[in-house]
Design a protein around this ligand. Structure first.
Ligand SMILES: NC(=O)c1ccc[n+]([C@@H]2O[C@H](COP(=O)([O-])OP(=O)(O)OC[C@H]3O[C@@H](n4cnc5c(N)ncnc54)[C@H](O)[C@@H]3O)[C@@H](O)[C@H]2O)c1
Length: 276
């Protein structure tokens, strides 16, 4: 089957541009098999980055342009597993050498909109580990390489739920609020060492994330109270307007030297939902 981008909208956005953005640069992208992570991987590769992509799910190589496949090294692994984040960085260094220019922490899972009266210990742990502990461990693992080169850009994919109490369940909301704490702390702590750390806050995006919602413990009560807020952004029955490719473009910008003056920001990508 011939190569095709993830979807037609992304194909348009991911037009190949041979510029200097990624020449000689190495990026680690988590969650590279689907949604925003896949679109980011496609876009970075098209800008000539070498990419270490990691995901718990297999990647479909037919979604990667054959001209780029040599610069992609895919590792299948569960980042929530003890030691896996360090292992990813070890594999990256073994493959591409002692430099990591970019870390895009994209992998994430959604909760089932449970409020504090419904969330189980298991679900709290699962969501917080994947959405907050894993990105922090990934940052810890890449920092020695970024510090050694006095250069690096870290982009954390947070959410509108990082700044709102009315966009998701309590576990997802807390994990993304926490991720902004990690972003700001890392930005300030290492700003004199050439390392930047920024977050993007997407509204709803047309991806597979809702397949991670546990239907059996879906909190209908909480969802019905959040629904009017959601529908201001994403009217009922309509697909989200924001594409994974649009989010990937912002991640690429933040990773690039064009954004060298930007450090510690939380940038909404939500068609103005964030102003409410
Ligand atoms: N889709 C949305 O509406 C939306 C909105 C705001 C923020 N986000 C954030 O965007 C990011 C990307 O999500 P998406 O919408 O592209 O979802 P997605 O489900 O399409 O992609 C997420 C990827 O992360 C991988 N992943 C999950 N847990 C993992 C683990 N433990 N180890 C390795 N890989 C793992 C999945 O296998 C999947 O390929 C997430 O951080 C999510 O919270 C999504």
């Amino acid at each position: 089957m011939p190569f095709s981008y993830h979807n037609p909208a992304q194909a348009l956005e991911s037009r190949r541009t041979i510029d200097g953005t990624g020449f000689g640069k190495v990026a680690i992208i988590t969650g590279c098999s689907s949604g925003v992570g896949l679109a980011t991987t496609q876009l970075f590769l098209s800008h000539q980055f070498e990419v270490l992509g990691v995901d718990i799910a297999e990647i479909d190589y037919e979604k990667i342009d054959p001209r780029d496949q040599e610069r992609l090294h895919f590792h299948r692994g569960d980042l929530a597993k003890e030691g896996e984040c360090d292992e990813v960085v070890r594999i990256c260094v073994a493959k591409f050498g002692h430099k990591i220019d970019v870390l895009a922490n994209v992998a994430g899972i959604m909760d089932a909109y449970e409020a504090a009266d419904k969330i189980t210990d298991y679900e709290w742990e699962r969501i917080l580990t994947t959405n907050l502990t894993v990105p922090t461990r990934m940052i810890r693992a890449v920092l020695p390489f970024m510090k050694a080169k006095q250069y690096g850009s870290i982009i954390n994919v947070a959410s509108k739920a990082a700044v709102s109490g009315a966009a998701a369940g309590v576990a997802y909301t807390t994990s993304k609020h926490g991720l902004l704490g990690v972003t700001k702390h890392t930005a300030w702590r290492f700003h004199e060492e050439g390392i930047r750390c920024n977050a993007v806050l997407p509204g709803s995006i047309d991806t597979n994330i809702f397949s991670s919602v546990g239907k059996e413990h879906f909190d209908e009560d909480t969802f019905s109270r959040l629904q009017p807020i959601w529908e201001l952004h994403n009217p009922a029955g309509q697909k989200p307007q924001t594409t994974a490719g649009e989010v990937a473009s912002v991640i690429l910008f933040l990773a690039s030297d064009q954004a060298r003056g930007i450090n510690g920001v939380s940038l909404p990508i939500d068609r103005a939902w964030g102003v409410i």
